[in-house]
Design a binder for this molecule. Structure first.
Ligand SMILES: Nc1nc2c(ncn2[C@@H]2O[C@H](COP(=O)(O)OP(=O)(O)O)[C@@H](O)[C@H]2O)c(=O)[nH]1
Ligand SMILES: [Mg+2]
Ligand SMILES: [Zn+2]
Length: 288
């Protein structure tokens, strides 16, 4: 589903239909009612009668039902920021968007530096977050990334200067991108709204360039349990003595034992403690 000035361009069984929102959906008019990426039901008169439940919603630009959210950093220039990666992963999970990490500019690393980065990011394996090491200068990792993104809808976010545009250009086969070209593949890219940048991949699927991060705040969880649920590796721990253990000061805590045993990386646990303190002081107090 794609939106063109009040009309919605819907793809169904390989055909395209231009539809409008039915009155009921329109009246409570909010931009969020129906947006790019939505699955909808429409009638013979060309009215959309229902918008299916979404698995997630990206707000800038507004796109529903993303398959992945890429968190992109560069190894150097600007230097990789592990704390920000951790916080962005948390936000992604909070928003039900599957995170993927890209570390670009690996051509700037010597072997020792490269191994150090890989070691520090090893914990992402334990929570099933794929990592791609890329260089747009020598094409490192581009074939693997292309294969991974095939037929998927993926948003790219990251600080400026990490090479987002460089990667997006490579992924899209630049010959297809000349302005004014009216190839069928480009339709989605041309007709989306002002801030929306849905770019078609030659292999099928879309990538979306997002405007980066206005802030990297912790997700607005409402309770310790909601925060704990975002740390998927805590499932690797045995149970705790107390059912309502928040894994901070309690005795016989399975999570803390797992850290001692090297099952949960200490860096991650320390990050959890920082999140806990910060959320307690700045967010959860509001709900008391
Ligand atoms: N060394 C190196 N530099 C890169 C690589 N990819 C991009 N750059 C450079 O990084 C700078 C920022 O790239 P750009 O794609 O505009 O980043 P964006 O702000 O994230 O879109 C440019 O000077 C690029 O030439 C890479 O793989 N290796
Ligand atoms: Mg850019
Ligand atoms: Zn515990």
């Amino acid at each position: 589903m794609n939106k063109i000035q009040g009309f919605y361009n819907i793809e169904s069984n390989g055909k395209e239909y231009l539809c409008k929102l039915r009155g009921l959906l329109k009246r409570s008019d909010k931009r969020e009612n129906c947006t790019v990426g939505d699955y909808v039901i429409f009638d013979e008169d060309g009215f959309i009668t229902e918008v299916k439940t979404r698995k997630n919603l990206l707000r800038r630009p507004m796109v529903a039902n993303l398959d992945f959210g890429v968190i992109q950093f560069s190894a150097k220039d600007p230097i990789i920021d592990y704390e920000k990666i951790n916080i962005l992963v948390l936000n992604s999970l909070y928003n039900q968007i599957k995170p993927v990490l890209i570390v670009n500019k690996v051509d700037l690393l010597d072997k020792i530096e490269f191994n150090e980065i890989k070691r520090k990011l090893l914990y992402l394996d334990k929570i099933d977050i794929p990592v791609f090491y890329i260089s747009t200068f020598d094409n490192t990792g581009i074939p693997e990334l292309t294969e991974f993104l095939k037929d998927r809808v993926t948003a790219f976010g990251g600080p400026s200067g990490v090479g987002k545009s460089s990667i997006l250009n490579l992924l899209q086969d630049s010959r297809e991108l000349k302005t004014g070209e009216t190839s069928k593949r480009l339709r989605a890219g041309k007709h989306t709204t002002r801030d929306s940048r849905l770019l078609t991949l030659p292999t099928g699927g879309f990538v979306i360039d997002t405007p980066g991060f206005s802030s990297v705040d912790l997700p607005p969880t409402e309770s310790p349990q909601e925060l704990i649920d975002l740390f998927h590796e805590f499932h690797l721990a045995k149970g705790c003595k107390f059912n309502d253990c928040v894994h901070i000061n309690e005795p016989q805590c399975g999570v803390k034992e797992a850290v001692e045993d090297g099952i949960i990386p200490r860096e991650r646990y320390d990050f959890f403690k920082r999140c806990y303190e910060k959320s307690k002081n700045e967010i959860w107090n509001k709900y008391k």
